[in-house]
Design a protein around this ligand. Structure first.
Ligand code: PRX
Length: 635
């Protein structure tokens, strides 16, 4: 019997509804996901959900920008879709769905005039300005694949991603504002484009003028966007895309040094962003949804743009920083715009918590209903502060676990349905089947700790890695055959709740930013003065994890190796990946087969001096006391 869960479901799930959805999804996933697909507006509605060969909703066709804009015009054309709060408190823009639709069409027409069409890649490199969202949706409208590049990437990191994606057009800004500072977006992009022109396909650079700052423009390549948009039509027909046509690529870090362009499709991804935004954030009419993530990360894609806009929500985009010009800025923004739903990172909460309870106490936070965190585990103290001081003990608090590759949230409390336990991501969303495996890959039952994998399929899962499907297979599907490997470890308690314990691969999570050990080590290996290196993560009070790098110098006792390592990382990866500490050491602890023993490096960096276990498997156990001395001496 087919049941339409969607029509029967109240907006806020009860515990029983959550249970019955979970059971229904287990009983008949095909039916369940097909029903969920009905939340989207399709040109041709899919008749199939899961097809291991052809992907999600394989015979469905749709357009993502139509789902985020056009279909709302009749019912909510005059509703505010986007509130943009500038760095300057007096500068606010309210855009209705009709306004946003018009701007997206204008931008799409500008891109189209440049020859951008289905399947072309367009790189978006912008600060938190409206044009970021408009550009993403304009690409989606044309069937072009957007590649949003984080503003913190260095020129080299940008060049790598432009080359790998084969982007033909770039959208950037003259500068970004960061308090009184100016971030040189255009200059960084110019440097990236000059780095290896032969491997890049970019022929056109569109520039958003965020401020009056002048930047050099290269004639016949660079144009300011606003004049072109003003001269363009506010109508632009949307391309009809197949459900599994890529909607975007987003680069993330993994165990290999090379950046991975995670590919998300259209129908599966969008239905997942919409489903999870609705149930996890208990989405209601008149909500004002504020996700503080940058659009350069997956959280920005799914919960600034696609989830909330596909559900017809009002989103808030803030240009500035949490405590600029003074502590309390975020709370002021929250109060001014009557935010109901606030989604941010544990690192931000820890930093704000340090400013003291009296700062948020000055603001009216009574409109808040749901608070969320993402990107890293949230410690008890930060959870309690968020809950008590910001949520005033009356808000739902959702600790959402997911990743770039999952497209949207997988494990999280659901307001009204799942009781929270501080610092636990709690239970899988209906339709998600986590499994814990032991080191041999055998599933563990009941309360246990192991490697976190996901069984079965869900619509939001990435399609592949751009240009490298083999890497997709080896990273996610081959380590534990029959299961999707998340790269995380987790513990399951007696209530079936999940507690994420952190990465089990060589990925380091600094303030919610994923940094691959290999990414750092590869960058350093290009330097002649550096023979070898190892990057590891250690616990950090504010950032969750701090990055520590051990470097073996080629010329011993070169006093500048430390500085060199920092500058190489800043220029090859980006300033966000600059390590807390760099230790210059004579050698790394290795097994006899030459594998670096990171476990030891972590313990030593944490200040441990004994309890290292059996060192007899090391090629040179004598290196251990030497490393301890260097680390301790370094203070
Ligand atoms: O280790 C997990 C951690 O962040 C990783 C995913 O990073 P990224 O792809 O950059 O996506 C971040 C935003 C979804 C995961 O593999 N992580 C994410 N959320 C949580 C978390 N760790 C613990 N608790 C969470 N709620």
């Amino acid at each position: 019997m087919s049941v339409s869960f969607r029509s029967e479901r109240p907006n806020r799930l009860s515990p029983e509804a959550h249970r019955s959805l979970t059971e229904a999804a287990q009983r008949d996933p095909e039916r369940y996901w097909l029903d969920e697909a009905a939340r989207l507006s399709w040109v041709n509605a899919p008749t199939r959900a899961i097809d291991s060969e052809h992907g999600w909703f394989a015979d469905g066709t749709l357009n993502a920008s139509v789902n985020c804009l056009d279909r709302h015009l009749e019912t909510r054309g005059e509703q505010v879709a986007l509130i943009w709060q500038a760095e300057d408190a007096s500068h606010v823009v309210h855009m209705t769905y009709r306004d946003l639709h018009a701007q997206v069409c204008r931008m799409a027409n500008v891109l189209k005039a440049q020859g951008v069409g289905r399947g072309d890649r367009v790189a978006i490199h912008l600060p938190s300005v409206i044009e970021g969202i408009v550009s993403m949706l304009a690409c989606a409208r044309l069937g072009a694949i957007h590649v949003v590049l984080f503003g913190g990437f260095s020129a080299e990191a940008i060049a790598d991603r432009l080359a790998d994606s084969g982007a033909i057009v770039v959208i950037t800004a003259n500068v970004g504002r960061r308090g009184p500072k100016r971030i040189p977006f255009k200059a960084t992009m110019d440097a990236a484009l000059a780095l290896r022109p032969d491997s890049l396909k970019v022929t056109r650079v569109f520039v958003v003028s965020v401020t009056d700052d002048q930047v050099p423009m290269q004639e016949d390549r660079d144009s300011f966007l606003s004049g072109l948009m003003d001269a363009s039509s506010t109508e632009c027909a949307a391309e009809t895309m197949a459900s599994n046509d890529p909607l975007f690529l987003l680069y993330t870090s993994g165990s290999t040094g090379k950046p991975k362009g995670v590919v998300h499709g259209t129908g599966g991804y969008l239905s997942w962003a919409s489903y999870t935004h609705e149930i996890v954030f208990d989405h209601q009419e008149n909500d004002v949804f504020w996700c503080t993530a940058d659009i350069g990360w997956i959280t920005g894609h799914s919960y600034v743009v696609y989830g909330p806009l596909s559900n017809g929500a009002t989103i808030l985009l803030f240009e500035g920083m949490p405590s600029s010009p003074a502590p309390g800025r975020w709370w002021e923004v929250l109060q001014t715009h009557k935010v109901t739903t606030f989604y941010t990172s544990p690192t931000a909460i820890r930093a704000l918590m340090r400013e003291g309870d009296d700062i948020p106490a000055r603001y009216d936070l009574s409109t808040l209903r749901v608070l969320g965190t993402v990107g890293e585990p949230i410690n008890h103290e930060a959870w309690a502060w968020f809950n008590d001081v910001i949520g005033q003990k009356r808000c739902a608090l959702v600790d959402t676990w997911w990743q770039t590759e999952s497209g949207g949230i997988l494990i999280s409390p659901v307001p009204g349905a799942v009781l929270e336990k501080p610092s636990s991501a709690t239970l899988p969303l209906p339709g998600i089947q986590p499994v814990l495996l032991d080191e041999k890959g055998a599933p563990l039952e009941g309360p246990a700790e192991g490697v976190l994998c996901i069984d079965g399929a869900w619509p939001g899962r990435a399609l592949t890695i751009w240009n490298d499907d083999a890497l997709f297979q080896t990273t996610y599907l081959k380590p534990y055959p029959g299961h999707y490997f998340t790269g995380d470890g987790a513990r399951r308690d007696e209530d079936g709740y999940y507690w994420i314990t952190g990465r089990v691969d060589d990925v380091i999570n600094v303030s919610g930013h994923r940094i691959g050990s290999a990414e750092i080590e590869d960058a350093l290996s290009c330097e002649h003065a550096i023979a070898e290196s190892a990057a590891i993560g250690i616990p950090h009070d504010l950032k969750g994890q701090g990055l520590v790098v051990y470097v073996v110098a080629n010329e011993t006792a070169d006093p500048d190796v430390q500085k060199l390592a920092v500058s190489v990382i800043a220029s090859k990866v980006g300033r966000y990946a600059v390590p807390e500490k760099v230790y210059v050491v004579p050698d790394l602890p290795k097994t006899r087969s030459g594998k670096t023993v990171r476990r030891l490096l972590r313990k030593i960096a944490c200040g441990e001096t004994n309890g290292f276990g059996d060192l007899s498997t090391l090629a040179d156990p004598e290196i251990v006391p030497v490393l301890i001395k260097i680390v301790q001496g370094h203070g």
